[in-house]
Ligand binder design. Structure first.
Ligand code: AQP
Length: 345
């Protein structure tokens, strides 16, 4: 039995991973995995909340897992799997759907942003997405969920649902009097957001988050972009009026480049700014491009190597799913029991 706290996080295999997914999420998972009992997975069930073709989904799912490994996730230390290999995620999602309210789910900012392009035909899956995410987390009694800033609201919804269900099905769970404490139905997870880099911005519109499914390919640095593409994209990044390199609210484009540099080199932003005194935006772009090339190149090369070895990826996923399924089956049986479902014989 491990005494480590449990940590869980995931990426949607909707497209190739971006430097935003890396800095806001996967890079931190790799550093933290030694200290936690970790579950990392590709949320393929989430990815179909916006339609895509079967070959694309399959390829992106493998690519997501290969990228995880290339970014330093270790299949010997962490449980790596694919969401659809553990059917309990969908089962618990239905249970939570019956306890969530339309009002609280419709307040989710990401839903408002992502549904805007669908007019009157918003897929229900897009609406229910945060409830499935809550199931992903609550299924494993998770302590910590490292995410980018855009997902904080979803972790807060997860906490609200867990507290609601604990109060209903395990009343007294949170008693401050230790003699009254009962085991809760669900552990209440905490979000973890990096102090810097929790929201890397689009290179073409620095007021908008960099997203892997942005239609404008120049807006996004993918973790398998060529060196030339990275250089071109960073050099054509939209910057701000003026010419002084400062970290200021009215210079979101410059701030984004400074953030990329700072997270990837470990240098504090004021030190980077000081080094550019009297220099032009062009200098900042050239250096940022070189730093991004150095960070992305090994990830790209290792991802390509792993993508050519499907047998190995399948082996990693099989082991991960077996481990995750054991934990998930125990949890769902406990939840069903507390809710009054007749046990399977
Ligand atoms: N730009 C970003 N900066 C920092 N962190 C980010 N994340 C995403 N974009 C940035 C974090 O990456 C993790 C995985 O994200 P996801 O795939 O589950 O969904 P998302 O937040 O919707 O990411 P994308 O890239 O914008 O995907 P699409 O385009 O498919 O919707 C999360 O921890 C997220 O916060």
């Amino acid at each position: 039995m491990t005494t480590k706290k449990t940590m869980l996080s995931a990426v949607q295999p909707t497209s190739r991973l971006t430097i935003g997914n890396y800095i806001g999420a996967v890079k931190n998972w790799a550093t933290m995995q030694a200290d936690y009992d970790c579950l990392f997975f590709a949320v393929d069930l989430h990815a179909i909340s916006d339609k895509r073709g079967a070959p694309e989904l399959r390829d992106q799912t493998y690519r997501t897992v290969a990228t995880y490994l290339a970014c330093g996730l270790d299949a010997e230390k962490s449980t790596l799997f694919v969401q659809s290999h553990v059917p309990e995620h969908a089962e618990l999602a239905w249970v939570l759907t019956c306890h969530a309210t339309m009002g609280e789910v419709s307040r989710m900012t990401q839903y408002k942003d992502k549904s805007a392009k669908h007019g009157d035909s918003i897929p229900m899956g897009l609406f229910a997405y945060p409830v499935l995410m809550a199931a992903d987390i609550l299924l494993y009694d998770v302590d910590l969920v490292p995410v980018g800033a855009d997902q904080k609201q979803h972790v807060e919804l997860t906490r609200d649902l867990a507290i609601r269900m604990n109060n209903h099905y395990t009343p007294g769970w949170d008693g401050k009097d230790p003699t009254k404490v009962k085991p809760a139905l669900f552990r209440i997870p905490e979000p973890w957001i990096p102090k810097l880099g929790g929201k890397i911005m689009s290179l073409q519109d620095p007021t908008k988050k960099m997203s892997k499914s942005d239609a404008d390919l120049k807006a996004t640095l993918f973790l398998d972009d060529t060196d030339k593409d990275i250089e071109k994209k960073v050099k054509s990044a939209v910057t701000d009026s003026g010419s002084e390199i400062t970290d200021a609210d009215d210079k979101p484009g410059i701030r984004n480049l400074l953030t990329l540099q700072s997270v990837l080199t470990g240098k504090p932003i004021p030190e980077i700014v000081a080094a550019y005194a009297g220099k032009m935006y062009g200098h900042l772009k050239v250096d940022t491009a070189a730093i991004c090339v150095d960070a992305i190149r090994p990830i790209r090369d290792e991802t390509a190597r792993l993508m050519a070895d499907r047998g190995y990826l399948d082996q990693v996923l099989k082991r991960g799913a077996e481990n995750a399924r054991k934990r998930a089956a125990m949890k769902i049986a406990h939840v069903y029991d507390k809710m009054g479902f007749i046990p399977k014989t």
